[in-house]
Design a protein around this ligand. Structure first.
Ligand code: ADP
Length: 376
């Protein structure tokens, strides 16, 4: 069985400017992929190329085993059998919910179309709203109608371009999870485009992080967070600090918070300067610990406080502490490093915090996951 979508070394250019460069991935039937990246990095351009709205300048796109885009050929969007969902829903205001959903089913008999509409109304939980009009629905409900309408003709692939942007921020993750369930129940293959990592985590099986038109890493949300392939991904996904380290041997580095041992050789020469990615959840609050940090900043996160701590050397690290442990700025607290996954990069600069411009600071060598060892 062919892959549902194959994107082989695809580049897209506007005039002489290459916007998307050498993107390469495959998506199995029934999987949900996500293109995640900051605004302006080329996500929509790539999605439009997959839909057939943009020609490609290099590579090939295949849908269900059939070549649909090459530099010398672009199959028209309407011949690709693709469903699209946009951020503004684009529902027909003068049509009821049921008629919106059935809009793309005019080739079916009346009965077959009605059956499919009923099936989709049930799938998205809107049976009671079949006769309502779009303006009578909440944003989340409208988005579910848009999804049902795009899914109704059973497209080869469903493309969702920032579909939650017009929905209240608090509801986005919930809606993303709901939509994932709907897609999985109908075994639809889909690609989501978003700049919001929580949406991506809630919805996608596999996520490609894009920066400046290039995919830096394909992985699960877990993999991106705990084993980022380069500084760009480490910076874009989650929060963290790069702690200076000295390479001890092939599997160990030394930091001011102790020695850290990895499982696979990191490839950096002994004695060289490195940096270790420390996530806030790698730092534990431990009253009995000899290692201390002074609280220089704190942010209330509901269940937790996110503390910024200054270590003895002046380096700052982040530490997530259950919020019933309430400490004030200036207070010194005991801390302990406990990381399941540690990531090492060759040292590039002397600043400790991930710099805001690290989007351009790609790391030449892959990082190496490591586990924590109790060290001196
Ligand atoms: P994203 O979806 O990640 O926000 P886009 O794919 O929309 O990014 O845009 C990527 C880059 O391509 C941006 O710098 C944008 O200005 C440029 N761009 C988008 N559309 C066009 C176009 N039709 N002509 C020229 N440049 C474009």
């Amino acid at each position: 069985m062919p892959n549902q979508l194959e994107v082989h070394q695809v580049s897209v250019a506007y005039g002489n400017t290459t916007i998307v460069r050498d993107v390469d991935f495959v998506l199995d039937a029934g999987s949900i992929g996500c293109l995640l990246g900051p605004s302006g990095c080329g996500k929509t351009t790539l999605l439009r190329a997959i839909a057939g709205f943009e020609p490609i300048s290099r590579g090939e796109i295949r849908l269900h085993g059939i070549s649909v885009s090459r530099p010398d050929h672009t199959t028209a969007p309407e011949q690709r059998h693709i469903g699209m969902v946009f951020q503004d829903f684009a529902l027909f205001p003068h049509l009821s919910v049921a008629r919106n959903i059935g809009f793309g089913l005019r080739h079916l008999s009346r009965n077959a179309a009605r059956r499919r509409v009923d099936e989709l109304l049930a799938l998205v939980g809107l049976q009671d709203a079949a006769r309502h009009y779009p303006h009578e629905l909440s944003g989340g409900m409208q988005q579910r109608v848009a999804l049902a309408r795009a899914m109704a003709p059973r497209p080869n692939i469903l493309l969702l371009d920032e579909p939650f942007s017009s929905v209240d921020k608090e509801l986005r993750e919930l809606l993303a999870r709901e939509i994932r369930d709907v897609l999985k129940r109908d075994q639809i293959t889909a690609i989501l485009v978003t700049h919001d990592q929580l949406e991506a985590f809630a919805m996608a099986d596999i996520i490609g992080v894009i920066g400046h038109g290039e995919v830096h890493q394909w992985s699960t949300g877990f993999g991106l967070y705990h084993e980022p392939a380069d500084r760009f991904v480490a910076d874009f996904i989650g929060q963290g600090v790069l702690l200076p380290a000295i390479v001890h041997d092939q599997i160990r580095v030394k930091t001011e918070l102790g020695r850290i041992a990895g499982e696979t050789p990191h490839g950096l020469p002994p004695g060289s300067h490195a940096e270790v990615l420390i996530r806030p959840d790698d730092m534990l609050y431990d009253e009995s610990s000899q290692r201390k940090g002074v609280i220089v900043q704190r942010a209330f996160r509901g269940a937790e406080y996110l503390y910024t701590l200054r270590l003895e050397s002046g380096t700052e690290v982040l530490c997530l502490v259950p919020s019933h442990h309430r400490h004030g700025i200036g207070e010194t607290i005991g801390i302990r490093l406990q990381a399941e996954h540690l990531v090492v990069f060759p040292r590039q600069h002397t600043r400790h915090e991930l710099p805001p411009d690290s989007a351009t600071a790609r790391c030449g060598t892959s990082p190496h996951s490591a586990s924590m060892e109790t060290g001196p």
